[in-house]
Ligand binder design. Structure first.
Ligand SMILES: C[S@@+](CC[C@H](N)C(=O)[O-])C[C@H]1O[C@@H](n2cnc3c(N)ncnc32)[C@H](O)[C@@H]1O
Length: 489
């Protein structure tokens, strides 16, 4: 099926790339207004203590400021009937984080309505923090103009244990999914849960139907098992991406509200659960995410499955000018995007409570069964490059050598200086499985991109060894567990 990942803000992407009335089904799982920052976790083999490595994936904190005000004003000016509802929200809430969240969501919901086909369906996944306000804004956008709320689905997250059970009060254990469908001819393929063994009707007779029709409360009885993977220590689905949803949840929604060949849009796609389910079920899909970290995880999950990662990608910086602009505007995104270019490289920049380690990424190399060596990657987006940066990298490689680090790589937005080149050369070579590689290497983004065609970039030469491994397993299992930085054991 045709799949397309867009890197960028979904508002701009939808406006620029997605035609009116072109999408059959939208599933969105936006940040919930949790006022938290979500990190991508690299957990140990038992799935517990996800403490070894983490990197910021996305922020769910909202402040009333110029950006939110601009989007609020745009809605009020351009779509006055919806703007009136947003103004009512301002009266109720005042100018606060929640109003910022609602303004930013509403302007995007308006785009979603534009791209949705006249008989299309939309599922907005949220939680009780903002579901009541979002419903008002969804009504404003999708009802009564062309559609209406069909169901408020309660998805029970799953069994509760440990700390959560001690809460003083009712334990929060559900998300809300607001389901709207436009027109009268919307697709709905009724979904059934197979009858459990020994199931009889109330009069004792055997059932004759297709199964138990699914209600608007999901994962709420023994027959309907649809637990969140985030509460399962051992789920094989877990990719370490925060707030990842279970494939079965998305399969249910996509099967019910679309047909093979239809187009499914997930404008907040994260690690691409909806994209994965859509591909598997023979739908075309469009995924959009604003963090570059989503792409390698999405690509990895497709490669690790039987689907193959044959989807298009738009929006990743292309020219050196794009890369330099990104480095100047958003150094963190530059770093993530740069690391995503190197096969097998995992981000490793922000440590829980730790300081700057000099390590932005780690490339694991399998040198034997359960035996790993690592290349550390340091990303420099700035214009000021100097030999001290190479010396620092050399220091990091030496410091971490007892943890299996054998080489280092510097990735830069601008060409390195002659002095840096001399420092690199003075570091000598390293032998990896009988082949010799420079111990310290450097490449500009452009050089990496140019070599990418041959899939043998100089930087990634050692990765020939790592490439055949299942990268997703690498995240979850051995690597994070084995690699522990100095002083943290
Ligand atoms: C809750 S997560 C989605 C998780 C996803 N359903 C999954 O199963 O992996 C929300 C995602 O929205 C992305 N996001 C936030 N604001 C965005 C925006 N304006 N445009 C595109 N993506 C955005 C975040 O980077 C994050 O990956």
């Amino acid at each position: 099926m045709a799949g397309h990942f867009y890197y960028g803000d979904n508002l701009a992407v939808m406006r620029q790339h997605i035609a009116d009335d072109s999408v059959d089904l939208i599933y969105l799982d936006p940040p919930f207004k949790s006022d938290a920052t979500y990190n991508m976790l690299f957990s140990g083999p038992d799935g517990s203590s996800p403490a070894e490595s983490q990197v910021r994936a996305f922020e769910d904190t909202w402040q009333w400021g110029p950006e939110a005000r601009r989007e609020f004003d745009q809605v009020c000016q351009e779509v006055p009937n919806i703007g009136a509802k947003l103004q009512a929200m301002r009266t109720i809430l005042g100018e606060c984080g929640m109003l910022a969240y609602l303004s930013r969501m509403t302007i995007r919901l308006i785009e979603m309505r534009r791209v949705l086909k006249p008989n299309g369906s939309i599922y907005l996944h949220c939680d009780p923090t903002a579901s009541h306000y979002l419903k008002v804004m969804m009504d404003a956008v999708f009802h009564p103009v062309r559609g209406e709320l069909r169901s408020e689905i309660i998805w029970r997250i799953g069994w509760v244990s440990g700390f959560k059970t001690r809460k003083r009060g009712w334990i929060r254990n559900h998300d809300t999914i607001l389901y709207y469908a436009l027109g009268n001819q919307f697709t709905f393929n009724k979904e059934y849960i197979p009858y459990p063994q020994g199931y009889t009707r109330r009069d004792g007779s055997l059932p004759t139907g297709q199964g138990i029709p699914i209600e608007d409360t999901w994962n709420c009885n023994r027959a309907d098992i649809l637990d969140s993977i985030m509460i399962k220590s051992f789920s094989r689905e877990k990719l370490g991406y925060p707030t990842q949803k279970p494939l079965d949840l998305l399969r249910r929604i996509i099967r019910a509200s679309s047909n093979p060949g239809d187009t499914v849009l997930d404008p907040f796609c994260g690690c691409g659960t909806a994209c994965h389910a859509a591909e598997e079920l023979g739908r075309d899909w469009i995924g959009i995410d604003i963090t570059a970290l989503a792409l390698p995880v999405l690509r990895g999950r497709f490669e690790a499955s039987s689907l193959g990662a044959n989807f298009a990608v738009t929006g990743m910086p292309a020219s050196s000018q794009d890369w330099r602009l990104l480095a100047a505007d958003n150094p963190m995104e530059f770093e993530r995007a740069a690391l995503s270019l190197i096969d097998g490289c995992r981000p490793y920049s922000e440590r829980r409570g730790g300081g700057d380690t000099g390590i932005d990424g780690l490339i694991p190399i399998a040198v034997g069964r359960n035996q790993w060596r690592f290349v550390v990657v340091s990303v420099k987006g700035g214009t000021h490059l100097n030999p001290a940066m190479v010396r620092d990298l050399r220091g990091t490689v030496e410091r971490e050598s007892e943890k299996g680090v054998i080489a280092g790589a510097l990735v830069t937005a601008y060409p390195i200086t002659d002095g840096m080149r001399r420092e690199l050369e003075s570091a000598g070579d390293v032998d990896i499985l009988g082949r010799t590689y420079p111990k310290l290497q450097a490449a500009t983004i452009n050089e990496i991109l140019a070599r990418k065609d041959q899939r043998l970039p100089e930087l990634a030469l050692p990765l020939q060894v790592a490439a055949p491994l299942d990268r997703m397993r690498l995240i979850r299992d051995d690597v994070a567990e084995q690699y522990t930085l100095t002083g943290e054991r």
